[in-house]
Design a protein around this ligand. Structure first.
Ligand code: ADP
Length: 240
């Protein structure tokens, strides 16, 4: 059983300083918790520290100080190898540039996302087909990325992120490479997937887009300057 209040990601006083002749403090004392079932926007202008935050939340990089916990486990205490396993099993990544293999079909691209988790081939293909159905691409299983629109490619990437049933989906500017109509469709899809139970953290520089999500964490100059949870929507309108 899943517990809606279970913390899936906890950051405590997380800072990141990039060393150099002039060291850059890209993140300063970031503290917040994301619970199972949350849909969170991390919003800020270019250079505010969003990518750095994504790297430490996704355990792709280690913070200079502070604690990052995934499902209660302290990432600092884990080896690089253990972290790679944790990422493969617990975190789904979606990037602005899709990162799909051009020679592979949609279903193969999604199935390859499960390779690391050690799932057998037939099971991988079945899980991949199910994930593609979930994102509305059941009719595109055997298409290669070049035969898909930008919006469809991002749906494939989202299906790949979801196929392993991760605890958290980290989406980095997922609509950044899409026209406004495809972008809105991908945004709606992420909202639907969240309604079905997926925990999603979306990084964006688009304040309008962020304002439409239930929770918004604002970053400026490496600091969290706001963490706002909106009133729930009722019949498409915000409650006062
Ligand atoms: P955003 O994603 O919001 O554009 P970043 O996290 O990429 O912000 O960058 C935050 C700050 O850290 C910027 O000042 C940037 O120049 C700096 N920075 C990012 N990555 C590095 C790095 N590898 N080495 C040095 N400085 C970096």
């Amino acid at each position: 059983m899943t517990d809606a209040s279970e913390p899936v990601l906890q950051l405590e006083n997380v800072s990141k300083i990039y060393p150099g002749a002039v060291p850059v403090t890209a993140l300063k004392d970031a503290t917040f918790t994301v619970h199972r079932g949350d849909l969170v926007a991390i919003v800020g202008p270019s250079g505010s520290g969003k990518s750095t935050l994504l790297q430490v939340m996704g355990t792709l990089d280690r913070p200079t100080s502070g604690t990052v916990r995934i499902l209660g486990d302290d990432a600092a205490a884990m080896s690089d190898r253990a972290l790679a396993g944790l990422r493969a099993e617990r975190i789904g990544f979606v990037f602005q540039q899709f990162f799909l293999a051009e020679h592979a079909t949609a279903v193969e691209n999604v199935a390859d996302g499960l390779l690391y988790a050690g799932v057998r081939h037939r099971q991988r293909m079945r899980a991949a087909a199910t994930a593609l159905e979930r994102v509305g691409l059941a009719h595109r299983l055997d298409h290669r990325p070049s035969q898909l629109s930008g919006g469809e490619r991002q749906r494939v990437a989202i299906a790949r992120a979801l196929a392993g049933d991760p605890a958290i989906v980290l989406a980095d500017e997922p609509t950044g490479n899409l026209d406004s109509v495809s972008g809105a469709a991908v945004h709606d899809l992420l909202t639907e997937l969240n309604a079905e139970g997926a925990t999603i953290i979306m990084i964006t520089h688009d304040r309008e887009l962020a304002a439409r999500l239930p929770r918004r964490i604002e970053v400026l100059d490496g600091r969290i300057v706001a963490d706002v949870t909106a009133a729930p929507l009722l019949a498409g309108r915000r409650l006062p």
